[in-house]
Ligand binder design. Sequence first.
Ligand SMILES: Cc1cc2nc3c(=O)[nH]c(=O)nc-3n(C[C@H](O)[C@H](O)[C@H](O)COP(=O)(O)OP(=O)(O)OC[C@H]3O[C@@H](n4cnc5c(N)ncnc54)[C@H](O)[C@@H]3O)c2cc1C
Length: 392
Amino acid sequence: MKIKEFYDIVIVGSGPAGSMAALTAAQDGASVLMMERDKTVGIPVRCAEGISKRGLTRFFEPEEKWISTNIKGAKLYAPNGESCPMISDALGDGYILERRLFDEFIAQQSLLHGADLLTEANVYDLFRKNGTISGVKFNHKGKKKTLNCNLVIGADGPESNIGKLAGLDTKLSLNDVESAAQYRLTNIDYDNDYTHFYFGNEIAPGGYVWVFPKDKNTANVGIGIRQDKADKNAKYYLDKWIDRNYKNPKSLTFITGCVPTAMTPEEITTDNLMLVGDSARQVNPVTGGGLSNILLAANIAGTIAAAAVKRNNFSHKFLKKYYKMWLKEKGKRQKVNYKLKKLFFNFSDIEFNETVKMIQEIPSDKLTLFELFKAAVHKRPSLIKDLIKTYL
Ligand SMILES: Cc1cc2nc3c(=O)[nH]c(=O)nc-3n(C[C@H](O)[C@H](O)[C@H](O)COP(=O)(O)OP(=O)(O)OC[C@H]3O[C@@H](n4cnc5c(N)ncnc54)[C@H](O)[C@@H]3O)c2cc1C
């Protein structure tokens, strides 16, 4: 594909964060190029593909092409096998995507609104003119090249390098990373109306096992663990759980990955540069789900980026509006969710059992996110105050 010699904005990465930022900025009139190191947008898929109804429909009408399954709700399982179903708008109803096609859809929308895309373009450095970030250096099909722009957006995922190259501190401590493994299993028997979450220190130290329905006998069956709490790797715990729970499962795919469950750092912008998505640590720290938050964050980032182009102002001071807007939308929740994460994933198995029992006792029409978290934090009055401020 032919690309221009100069763009207002170059976006590194064409995952949901990059594509959504590209779509918004292009809609607002900026010239945008997305650069993707892989050959194909949306591949490989490193995701269980779940998204809440609210998180998705805020931006897109669901399309049959990229919706794999409709989900009624979620079921949580304690280590003793007891479970509680959660069915409501706030609690678990949503979709399992066909993520490859969903990523392609957002990227396509951005192209239809005027953005460009260059695949097989691996950005390895920032290009600076007199010390100012003025573009990117990249490898394209074996050739080293430079491209000029006014603003770089790093949407390069959990292992992001762009932030580091710009001097931003996006380091993750071991207790802020979930190490993940996932099979797509078929020939399994399970309730495919629900997503299923299994907790316990033997099952998934510092995390949980998930079963996300693809069809009546196929599901994304995965695990996230905290490596600092575990003796073995994520695959070991997942294989053990699968052996115990399915008679003759057959694997279609296997992937590994990591999920940053940290707080968003205060500095996700600098002069002429912004970070968005996993690279800016915008995942929900309790669930490890990134998609809903990332669509929102990228929409804000794209809006501010286009405004910067219109004003010809790419200063940190101006771009920081994006962080402030992100904080206003999600800041309080992310802070409380981060505290909840620290609490939940240090629970003993007895505490997990007690929590599920308390949730079972809440009438289903009264079960809100607030009631759910209240049950889990009933021994921590200070957190209940935070919850009231955030969720009521
Ligand atoms: C096993 C697993 C299961 C998950 N399940 C869920 C789930 O069910 N629901 C949910 O909401 N979230 C889930 N997540 C999290 C979710 O997948 C991420 O939050 C989301 O993909 C982040 O989007 P992103 O665009 O920021 O990054 P990515 O999707 O990682 O996209 C980054 C893109 O940048 C490209 N790139 C990287 N470096 C460069 C470079 N130097 N040059 C050019 N291109 C580059 C990559 O190739 C990639 O295409 C899961 C994560 C894992 C690992």
